[in-house]
Design a protein around this ligand. Structure first.
Ligand code: HEC
Ligand code: HEC
Ligand code: HEC
Ligand code: HEC
Length: 166
């Protein structure tokens, strides 16, 4: 009897683990956000990001300035990649992409999920309760980066991409 319960528990755990693994959201790339998040009426998030330094942060690692920082191969050095290009594989080239801040999008990017914020958050969209939470995210990379201080209000104003009316 006891054994039966144990087996049942082990099976349940196995099913649970498998479903968690199956549902773990994956990164899809910023191009997938472009169609819905370019129109002016929605707030032009994609073009704002594309014009920002965040979309060029991986390319920066190939510049002469990067080479002068004393690291042999900046574009492949984890010391530089952790802030300039945190995603693996093909998505490295996107630098600080949408999903670096908003979370892996495979499960939230469809219209019916995106439309309802609570559903999107359940599907993996990162949520920020207030400006303090946003600032904390920025500081994971901007705290003393290259010895520079970080003026949150000024820097956030440069890349903010609100939905009109919010
Ligand atoms: C099929 C269209 C579609 C795609 C693709 C899409 N979105 Fe959205 N997204 C929406 C809609 C619709 C909303 C709801 C707000 C609105 O009406 O503009 C939204 C809202 C959001 C919000 C705000 C959530 C909230 O309500 O505060 C974020 C953040 C977001 N999307 C990020 C992304 C990212 C990152 C991608 C790409 C990985 C993406 N979206 C792809 C349609 C889309
Ligand atoms: C994953 C790391 C990371 C996060 C998170 C991050 N940034 Fe950045 N940010 C960078 C890197 C790297 C650069 C430099 C890009 C380049 O020029 O190559 C940068 C550059 C910038 C720039 C351009 C600076 C200039 O003077 O040209 C602004 C503005 C900025 N970030 C604002 C923010 C804000 C606001 C947040 C939080 C909402 C944020 N960043 C979150 C890594 C990050
Ligand atoms: C802790 C996060 C972090 C790490 C680690 C980091 N960077 Fe940066 N880097 C930044 C941020 C943030 C900026 C933008 C600073 C600003 O202008 O406000 C930046 C800017 C730069 C710039 C200037 C870009 C421009 O257009 O002016 C170069 C070059 C650079 N980083 C190269 C590197 C190299 C090479 C490495 C590895 C040795 C590295 N970084 C490691 C966060 C980081
Ligand atoms: C450096 C981090 C960062 C990057 C990169 C970034 N976002 Fe955001 N985004 C934020 C933060 C922080 C907010 C405000 C808090 C929130 O609504 O979650 C936000 C808000 C939004 C909103 C909702 C705006 C509103 O008014 O409620 C949408 C939609 C969005 N982002 C889409 C995108 C898309 C699409 C990309 C890429 C093309 C992108 N973001 C890139 C950090 C980022």
């Amino acid at each position: 009897m006891k054994k039966g319960i144990l087996i049942a528990a082990a099976l349940a755990l196995g099913v649970f683990a498998a479903s968690v693994l199956a549902q773990a959201p994956t990164y899809v790339g910023s191009a997938k956000c472009k169609g819905c998040h370019s129109p002016e009426m929605r707030g032009q998030q994609y073009p704002i990001w594309e014009k920002s330094a965040h979309s060029r942060s991986f390319a920066t690692l190939g510049t002469a300035d990067a080479a002068s920082l004393g690291v042999k191969d900046p574009a492949n050095d984890p010391q530089c990649l952790k802030c300039h290009a945190p995603l693996a594989g093909d998505l490295k080239a996107e630098g600080v992409s949408c999903e670096v801040c908003h979370g892996p999008a495979s499960a939230y990017k469809s219209m019916n999920v995106m439309r309802v914020k609570e559903d999107a958050i359940k599907a993996g969209l990162a949520s920020y309760a207030n400006d303090e939470a946003v600032k904390a995210k920025c500081l994971t990379c901007h705290q003393d980066a290259h010895g520079k201080s970080f003026d949150f209000a000024a820097q956030w104003a440069k890349i903010k991409h609100a939905i009109p009316g919010r």
